[in-house]
Design a protein around this ligand. Structure first.
Ligand SMILES: Cc1cc2nc3c(=O)[nH]c(=O)nc-3n(C[C@H](O)[C@H](O)[C@H](O)COP(=O)(O)OP(=O)(O)OC[C@H]3O[C@@H](n4cnc5c(N)ncnc54)[C@H](O)[C@@H]3O)c2cc1C
Length: 496
């Protein structure tokens, strides 16, 4: 059978399209297979806020990436710095020391060059994340949290600018084409992909295959099997198409499973959101301003330290904590000291929200136990201390004498009208997946040997994220390892 291309890329999210372009740069011909129809293309990448985490040493690095920043704008902002060792420290800290070190090093070393590459090869333009990652402090907009830049147009913008490059590079996409298995020869080399489209099953041969078909978050059975009981009821924040197909296909031919298979990125997500992502709303069902307020369950009890760390380092693990609460529901509460600082997603008309002039009224409007909430707020207010409040850093303004504490930004909750938002657990992506060689992104087998002809990138790769995740690392890792996978697959087929 004739090859359809030198390299087949399975998936059409960020990791896949970076891989496709990088493979093409080596001179290889490339075919992209997308399970979704064209109107639903782009995977979770389409749904993202488009935030990228990369190391930078100060304003000069940001200006190199965003050359149209005016001097006037620069005078109003403080971008600080985010050196590579700090990125590594954050990644190791939030993953409780388990992140694969070779992958971490490769990611951090290649992150900044890769956002520059995306600008060069995909015309991707970058902007500062004014609305989400900066607070006004002492007359300046101070950026915080290591992720301060997003792609123009957010996830949709990134997805569209990558797709727009494909015709320019002579890369075809077959929509409505689901990978269902991998073809191998008698030596164990991967020689293509078995697919299913509207006409039925076909075998497509290629010199090499890159898998970038996302995790298994949209597969109810796999979610429950690997993440545990209760995960059936989690809402899926993004695409309904990431059902673990290519993880299973690779395991079937002897690929090694790797990483935190019972772990996932999961956040506070509007209680009334649909079961899977809505492309018009995108990421706006998320509710990420909780460090400014309080989180309680239906009994009115707090169950996490809302101020344990900057938002970027807690949000991805708090979805799981919400799932553990009665009815998998929680409520984020704010008063007038903080409500003006809430992120854009709190202002959509779809938000499940209530307002009230008193705590009992707020509880009753949201369906929270009234006595429970009154007791919690009284105890919380009594535990608040005097001190300097600064939401752009860990200000140490913590409570004393309550469990769980609120370790930073603990202003008394006493300035009505009060506002509350009802949230549940929204799963973003799963952490477990395939094992790759960190530099070449070639898939390893159960004996740690590279599988000839098989490469992988994006959320179907395991090893980087465990327990938790620093915001903005998913897209960055997808681009870095996607680019590596595409370049390696291309070189393997062209000898470039
Ligand atoms: C609401 C939301 C907001 C987010 N915000 C951010 C953010 O701001 N910054 C950040 O870094 N990360 C963010 N993330 C995480 C981010 O989406 C992922 O890290 C990243 O997009 C994953 O890229 P990927 O290419 O691995 O997967 P995806 O973009 O999900 O692409 C997977 C592709 O594979 C296709 N596919 C699946 N199965 C098959 C099959 N069998 N055959 C063929 N094709 C298949 C899918 O249709 C899709 O095209 C967010 C995620 C969500 C859901």
């Amino acid at each position: 059978m004739a090859q359809v291309a030198d390299v087949i890329v399975v998936g059409a999210g960020n990791a896949a399209l970076c891989a496709a372009i990088a493979a093409r740069e080596t001179g290889a011909s490339v075919l992209v297979l997308e399970k979704a129809d064209e109107g639903e293309r782009g995977g979770n990448t389409f749904f993202t806020g488009g935030g990228y985490r990369f190391p930078y040493n100060g304003l000069d690095d940001i200006r190199r990436l965003i050359p149209d920043l005016s001097d006037e704008e620069v005078d109003r902002i403080d971008v600080g710095s985010y050196p590579a060792p700090k990125f590594k420290e954050d990644l190791v800290r939030v993953t409780e020391g388990r992140a694969d070190e070779a992958m971490v090093d490769h990611l951090i070393e290649n992150a900044y060059p890769t956002v520059q590459w995306m600008n060069q090869v995909a015309g991707q333009r970058w902007v500062l994340m004014y609305g989400r990652q900066a607070y006004e402090v002492d007359g300046k907009l101070r950026f915080w949290g290591g992720m301060i830049v997003e792609g123009v147009g957010g996830g949709e913008g990134i997805s569209e600018s990558l797709f727009a490059q494909l015709p320019k590079h002579d890369i075809d996409v077959r929509y409505g084409t689901k990978g269902t298995g991998l073809l191998t020869d008698n030596t164990g080399r991967v020689t293509g992909v078995r697919v299913k489209d509207r006409e039925g099953y076909h075998d497509l041969e290629a010199g090499a295959v890159v898998l970038a078909a996302g995790g298994f978050e949209a597969n109810t059975e796999m979610r429950t099997r690997y993440l545990g009981a209760g995960w059936e009821v989690a809402k899926v924040r993004g695409t309904r198409h990431n059902t673990g197909d290519m993880i299973k296909a690779a395991l079937d031919i002897g690929a090694q499973s790797y990483g935190h298979w019972s772990g996932a990125h999961a956040v506070a997500w509007d209680m009334m959101a649909p079961p899977t992502g809505n492309r018009r709303i995108g990421d706006l069902y998320q509710k990420h301003s909780y460090p400014l307020g309080l989180i309680v369950n239906v009994h009115g009890e707090r169950f996490v330290d809302e101020g344990a760390d900057l938002r970027n380092y807690t949000y991805a693990k708090y979805g799981r904590e919400i799932l553990k609460q009665p009815h998998a529901v929680a409520y984020q509460l704010f008063d007038q000291q903080t409500v003006h600082r809430l992120r854009d997603e709190y202002r959509i008309k779809e938000a499940t929200k209530a307002e009230a002039d008193s705590i009992p009224e707020l509880a009753s409007n949201l369906g929270i136990d009234v006595g429970g909430l009154v007791r919690t707020i009284e105890a919380y207010n009594a535990a608040c201390q005097d001190g300097h409040y600064d939401p752009s850093k860990l200000d140490g303004l913590g409570t004393v004498g309550i469990e769980p504490p609120k370790s930073n930004w603990a202003l008394p909750f006493n300035k009505p009208p009060y506002v509350g938002y009802a949230v549940t657990c929204g799963i973003t992506f799963t952490f477990g997946g395939l094992r790759i060689d960190a530099k070449s992104a070639q898939v390893l087998d159960t004996e740690d040997e590279p599988i000839p002809g098989l490469y992988a990138a994006g959320e179907l790769v395991g090893g980087l994220f465990w327990h938790n995740y620093p915001g903005g690392t998913g897209l960055m890792a997808g681009s870095v390892f996607g680019r590596a996978a595409g370049a390696s697959a291309g070189k393997a087929t062209t000898g470039a």
